[in-house]
Ligand binder design. Structure first.
Ligand SMILES: [Zn+2]
Length: 327
């Protein structure tokens, strides 16, 4: 996420991101006007609020009311070294919460993103540039990117990277847990500003063309219409083919999915579409699957999808019809 900072009067600063603005100041003893929290205050608040957010997510999923849950955080500063601090997060839980949920709530606080990032130790890259607008995203001319992942495995890495990013809409159809990697539940929808920008469609192992087409038409297309991407990227695995790991896609299925993402790219972003090869462990369906995608991108025909075998039944019925009809 890009945060742009502007210098205001005296020591006041303004940070802008998305549609939000945050203002900071310094206390009078540090020559500020005390008109707003300091940058570090916001940082401390972000840690406490992130912890509370994970409590909320835990409780929401289990219908546990949060009215009587209290959470506070104190930072205890080492007098010898002020950069050495303990963040003590305390939580008060009402009596009617079970032991299991008490443990669950504490564990959920432990998952706090701010905490994890601090503990991993973010790398700071400080550099002088000629022109701030000429960064990579500006050069690409992209503000909003749609990533479609039809690989049969859940795209857990992509989901993690863009989990809290409202500039990237991630749509993923995949074989549901316990199939590897086991993530991608319906309720994994992103967090913070990125809440609602992760769309998972977990499907049973035998899901086929019709189910996938419906997921793309009824979920992906409306989501894309609302998001209005200016670039569409596809994790175009061929492992949902019926010769491969799981799922029951035919080559016609790949043709239709390709035509749908192509349609989205044409409607919203002058056809800016990139298909990137992902899983595909059967070399025949890998080769023919890619050929099918390329032929649709090159303007080839897109067949109508039918339940597996139905087309053959219709052909057989036609073949045998004469034998049963009276002269
Ligand atoms: Zn895969």
């Amino acid at each position: 996420m890009e945060i742009n900072v502007n210098f205001l009067d005296n020591l006041r600063l303004e940070a802008k991101f998305d549609d939000f603005t945050v203002i900071t100041d310094q206390p009078i003893r540090y020559k500020g006007d005390g008109s707003a929290p300091s940058p570090f205050d916001y940082f401390l608040a972000s840690s406490a609020m992130c912890a509370a957010y994970f409590v909320k997510v835990y409780c929401k999923a289990r219908d546990i009311p949060t009215d009587n849950i209290r959470l506070s955080q104190n930072n205890i500063v080492d007098p010898e070294n002020r950069y050495n601090q303990i963040f003590r997060i305390q939580v008060e839980l009402p009596e009617d919460i079970s032991d299991k949920d008490r443990q669950g709530i504490l564990r959920s606080i432990d998952r706090c993103t701010v905490k994890k990032v601090i503990q991993t130790g973010p790398e700071f890259q400080i550099e002088q540039v000629e022109n701030l607008d000429e960064d990579a995203q500006a050069k690409l001319g992209c503000q909003r990117i749609l990533i479609v992942d039809w690989d049969v495995h859940h795209g857990n890495g992509t989901q993690d990277i863009f989990w809290a990013d409202p500039d990237v809409l991630f749509f993923d159809t995949h074989c549901a847990a316990p199939f590897y990697p086991g993530s991608g539940n319906l309720n994994e929808v992103g967090a913070g500003l990125g809440e609602g920008y992760t769309v998972n469609v977990p499907l049973p192992e035998s899901a086929g063309d019709i189910a996938m087409e419906k997921a793309f038409r009824d979920i992906l297309i409306p989501a894309a219409d609302r998001f209005e991407p200016d670039l569409v990227l596809v994790s175009a695995g061929t492992d949902p083919h019926h010769n491969d790991m799981a799922f029951n896609l035919s080559y016609n299925g790949f043709a239709v999915l390709t035509s749908i993402v192509l349609g989205i790219a044409e409607k919203h972003c002058d056809g800016r579409l990139v298909l990137v090869l992902e899983g595909g462990y059967n070399l025949t369906s890998l080769a023919r699957g890619v050929h099918t995608m390329l032929s649709v991108l090159a303007g080839g025909d897109v067949p109508e999808l039918m339940e597996c075998g139905l087309r053959e039944v219709l052909e057989a019925a036609e073949f045998h019809r004469d034998a049963f009809e009276e002269e």
